[in-house]
Write a protein that binds this ligand. Structure first.
Ligand SMILES: [Cu+2]
Length: 179
């Protein structure tokens, strides 16, 4: 038995373990960095692969709604009308909207709980700001602080919870914002 050999082996395994540990650290850092990058999401032109690509941006996006005052979307048994947006069409930045909620017979629904959630489906993130919804009566709701931080396709999800109970109904408007 040579204690020298044991020492060498011990040193080897300690170094090996350290390298393994560092490797793991590097993997974790890379994973974290990519998560942070995805969350920051500062560039909306993820489709462009360099060079001239005229089809990027909103002109080629056939999912978008064309904004008009009065644009109406179904929300289960209800419908949600976008009375207007300020500015209209919505822009990158802070927007305000007026909504009208109607029941199946076209009567205004004034006592619903209406929640508005902006969502970017292509990037799987929402907005840092929560829109503020206020009932104005007569089925009309004012929505402020609709903050759309970046260019690209945004969904404006309008959830309607009837005061009488029942399932949450949702309408979705989709606007594409050019940079
Ligand atoms: Cu985004």
């Amino acid at each position: 038995m040579k204690p020298e050999g044991d020492l060498r082996r011990t040193v080897f395994w300690e170094l090996f373990g350290e390298v393994l540990g560092m490797g793991r650290l590097v993997v974790v850092s890379v994973a974290l960095a990519s998560v942070v990058f995805a969350a920051a999401c500062s560039d909306g032109d993820e489709g462009s692969s360099g060079g001239a690509s005229p089809a990027t941006g909103c002109a080629a996006d056939d999912r978008k709604d064309i904004y008009t005052a009065g644009l109406t979307k179904p929300a289960g048994a209800f419908s949600v009308k976008l009375v207007d947006a300020t500015p209209g069409p919505p822009i990158k930045g802070t927007n305000a909207m007026t909504l009208e909620v109607l029941d199946a017979d076209g009567r205004p629904v004034s006592d619903a709980t209406v929640t508005v959630t902006p969502w970017m489906p292509d990037h799987a993130h929402g907005s840092a700001v929560k829109p503020v919804v206020t009932s104005l009566g007569d089925g009309t709701y004012s929505v402020e602080k609709v903050y759309l931080a970046m260019a690209g396709l945004w969904q404006i999800k309008v959830a309607v919870q009837p005061a009488a109970g029942g399932a949450l109904q949702e309408a979705t408007f989709q606007f594409c914002l050019d940079g």
